[in-house]
Design a binder for this molecule. Structure first.
Ligand code: GLY
Length: 424
């Protein structure tokens, strides 16, 4: 099944059920090569574009479902199924897959392993110490002093990093990590600068960078409050010119892809590099092994190419010689979150999305479901409102005008998405 090119109408399966997966399904459905988009488990948004399949709960059953549905390309959204080996299992069933193997997904599954990988391959990153027990970590903290960054090693839904400006905060984060059963964490030097997300589509050897994105990860305006999966994004971000991006590709992306190949775990999928742009140059904060959520939502309105064609080519190892087309302009994504998010989101709230939000506004569903014909919230991040415009200001104004019309009881969202880029 992985052999020839798809002819006569392809069926794509998107794995996951958040805003990123609705955005993926939306972009895939626009491809002239795609006949049907399936999502597992999907959400109320993906159901409007195609067909949702129930989440069978394990990678073997999901791969078998994809075979039964004669899926031509499996696109895996979230990190958890990648780390659990879904891409490997699908490939073992003869399916074509966009997404890294479990072995390659270790770049996100273990921050300790990712740091060691960067050090082995000379990828610029902050100095860090790995600690395996609470007493050792607390002793290191006291010797090092604040500020310092405490990073849980395993998957934590984007909430495993504490930037501690004082020792008490760092100690609390260390104690909480070991109390939760963690076996290792990183204590990393604090870096100052602008944080940006560089997403790169990879076929194991060739890497195509997407426009730079900035994510706003804390729950409240002014970068205050608890960490979330991401409360909004803007793209493109003009903080790296062509030469500086070229340098990041040379010093970060290519050594990463070459290192993964040399270690026998070639990377096929989206390499998401979290970068801190410091006065001394770009430094890698973390790797993720999939499209960012909500980074992708701000990229799809700018994408002027065929997503199915791109991901299909990446999955086949055929990105060489390819370039991507992008629309001019900018996009802003605002995440509408449920009351109580991120600590204890309340769900089941009825939602109404006005049909006349305008041509330059997209609404991607994140945590939503339909029950008896009614649209209800079903997760912490509920809807992603994306505005497109000739520049960031107009895109942001459109996103916020639409968000104000969709607001549901108890909703909260940030009012300053993009503002960091306006700071002097
Ligand atoms: N928005 C951050 C992430 O996808 O991990």
């Amino acid at each position: 099944m992985t052999g020839g090119a798809v002819t006569g109408g392809a069926r794509a399966l998107v794995v996951g059920g958040g805003g990123r997966e609705h955005a993926l399904a939306w972009a895939l459905a626009r491809s002239p090569r795609v006949r049907e988009v399936l999502a597992s488990p999907g959400n109320a948004g993906t159901a409007e574009l195609g067909r949702n399949l129930p989440d069978p709960g394990d990678v073997q059953a999901l791969a078998r479902a994809a075979v039964d549905e004669a899926v031509d390309l499996v696109v895996i959204g979230p990190e958890a199924p990648l780390v659990a080996g879904l891409a490997d299992t699908c490939r073992a069933h003869g399916l074509l897959v966009y997404g890294p193997s479990a072995a390659a997904a270790r770049l996100e599954a273990s921050k300790v392993e990712a740091k060691a990988f960067m050090q082995r391959h000379g990828v610029p990153t902050a100095a860090a110490t790995t600690c395996h027990d609470e007493a050792g970590a607390l002793a290191h903290l006291r010797a090092h002093g604040a500020p310092i960054v405490v990073k849980r090693s395993g998957l934590a839904g984007g909430k495993g990093v504490t930037v501690a400006l004082d020792l008490a905060t760092a100690e609390r984060a260390v104690r909480a990590a070991f109390a939760a059963g963690d076996r290792a964490l990183l204590l990393e030097d604090f870096l100052e600068g602008q944080e940006v997300s560089l997403l790169v589509v990879c076929d194991g050897r060739t890497a195509l960078p997407l426009p730079l994105v900035q994510d706003y990860k804390q729950a409240y305006d002014g970068d205050r409050g608890p960490m979330t999966g991401g409360m909004g994004t803007v793209a493109p971000v003009g903080l790296l010119d062509r030469a500086a991006l070229g340098e990041v590709m040379e010093r970060v992306v290519h050594p990463t892809l070459d290192g993964m190949r040399a270690e026998g775990t070639p990377f096929v999928g989206t390499l998401f590099v979290g970068l801190m742009l410091t006065p001394a140059g770009a430094s890698v904060l973390e790797y993720n092994v999939r499209f960012g959520d909500p980074e992708l939502q701000a990229l799809v309105p700018l994408f002027d190419d065929d997503l199915f064609d791109l991901l299909d080519a990446a999955a086949r190892g055929r990105l060489g010689g390819r370039s991507l087309r992008w629309r001019a302009g900018a996009a802003t994504c605002v995440v509408l979150a449920a009351p109580g998010y991120p600590e204890a989101p309340r769900t089941g709230t009825p939602l109404t999305i006005p049909p006349d939000l305008g041509d330059e506004v997209l609404v991607f569903h994140a945590g939503t479901r339909r029950q008896d014909g009614r649209l209800l919230s079903a997760g912490g991040r509920v809807l992603n409102v994306v505005g497109y415009g000739p520049d960031r200001r107009s895109a942001t104004a459109r996103a916020y005008a639409a968000a104000a019309r969709i607001a549901f009881p108890g909703v909260h969202y940030r009012h300053d998405i993009g503002a960091r880029l306006d700071a002097p």
